[in-house]
Design a protein around this ligand. Structure first.
Ligand code: A3P
Length: 330
């Protein structure tokens, strides 16, 4: 692939001396995206993301009122962003309004990503102060790599983690990856990406460690970390929305319940509704993706159409080994 053909988020960016030195000292692996992955604080990243992560770690000042949505890639980030945005802004934007921002913007654009917002090494970083309170951010960062201001014990910002069955996550990641490869780079891709995923070598992986970090925090500190599952959101979106609203401190009132606001938000954010909007069928994100790339099937159990029984067994076995008796299961 020509460099100029790469989406903006994959193109090389200006890297500081500090970051260059760090990269040269990190374990590296080929595979997945065009470009090497580097292991930083136990998780795998692209070099162009590392600069942004470092700057975000150095510069992001959390506020107690912040809400941070966390996912591993392909676990339902777009959906969670849509739900949280609609929820937090429901008095400003009626979910039934024909002018609702979700009707003309991909959810990815409405909630800034913590680490991608830092175009570094420029010192100005993200200009997040104009965001209305509560500020809503998303991130794929593992807990260990969160900025110190978020991890501080006296910070009471809210963290919402959305996880997904590892088999469907892998299948979704695989389909995403196909789109980034040229025809010749696609041969043997399923086997290659599967082996890498199982070894933990995937963007922001190991997937299992990423989830376990937040799972443990959600048990130890349930007022700060809410752990949600994609499958439960599919099964009962209304109840999960109520849970989310309670957690972030904007519960549905009796009046809202009687006007069916919960149902209106879940319908507004449903896969069928969002994926069929003109903006999501034909639009493009500023950093280079087609909006349609964030909507594929949106189902639970699609892994059955793509994985051999051996592959499924292997992923189940890793889940058992990695998550053990932590209580985290799918
Ligand atoms: P599939 O590839 O299994 O279809 P992310 O937003 O983290 O990139 O995750 C993308 C996955 O979430 C894709 O899964 C996509 O189809 C699914 N998805 C996107 N919007 C959704 C929605 N509103 N409801 C349910 N799933 C959604």
């Amino acid at each position: 692939m020509e460099k100029s053909d790469l989406p903006k988020y994959l193109q090389e960016i200006e890297v500081s001396e500090e970051c260059r030195e760090l990269i040269s000292s990190l374990p590296t692996e080929k595979g997945w995206h065009p470009g090497n992955l580097y292991q930083y604080q136990g998780f795998w990243h692209l070099s162009q993301h590392l600069q942004k992560i470092l700057t975000c770690q150095n510069q992001f000042e959390a506020r107690d009122s912040d809400i941070i949505l966390v996912t591993s890639p392909k676990c339902g980030t777009t959906w969670l962003k849509a739900m949280a945005f609609a929820l937090v802004n429901r008095t400003k934007f009626n979910p039934k309004s024909t002018q609702h921002p979700l009707l003309s913007n991909n959810p990815q654009e409405l909630v800034p990503c913590l680490e991608f917002a830092f175009e570094s090494p420029k010192p100005n970083g993200v200009d997040s102060s104009p965001l209305p309170t509560p500020r809503l951010f998303s991130t794929h960062l593992p807990l260990v790599s969160m900025p110190e201001s978020v991890k501080k014990s006296d910070c009471s910002c809210k963290i919402v983690y959305l996880c997904r069955n590892p088999k469907d996550t892998f299948v979704s990641l695989f389909h995403w990856e196909i789109k980034l490869r040229t025809e010749e780079m696609r041969s043997n891709l399923l086997e290659e990406t599967f082996q890498n995923f199982c070894r933990g070598v995937s963007l922001y992986g190991p997937f299992w460690d990423h989830a376990l970090g937040y799972w443990k925090q959600s048990l130890e500190n349930p007022e700060r970390v809410l752990f949600l599952r994609y499958e439960e959101m599919k099964e009962e979106p209304g109840n999960q929305l109520r849970k989310l609203a309670d957690f972030i401190g904007c519960p549905f009132s009796k009046e809202e319940e009687s006007f069916n606001v919960v149902h209106q938000i879940s319908k507004l954010c449903s896969f069928d509704h969002l994926s069929n909007l003109e903006v999501n069928r034909t639009g493009k994100l500023s950093y280079g993706y087609n909006n349609s790339a964030f909507f594929r099937r949106g189902e639970v159990g699609d892994w059955k159409n793509h994985l051999t029984p051996q592959m499924a067994q292997k992923l189940d076995q890793i889940s058992k080994e990695k998550w053990g008796d932590s209580g985290l299961t799918f």
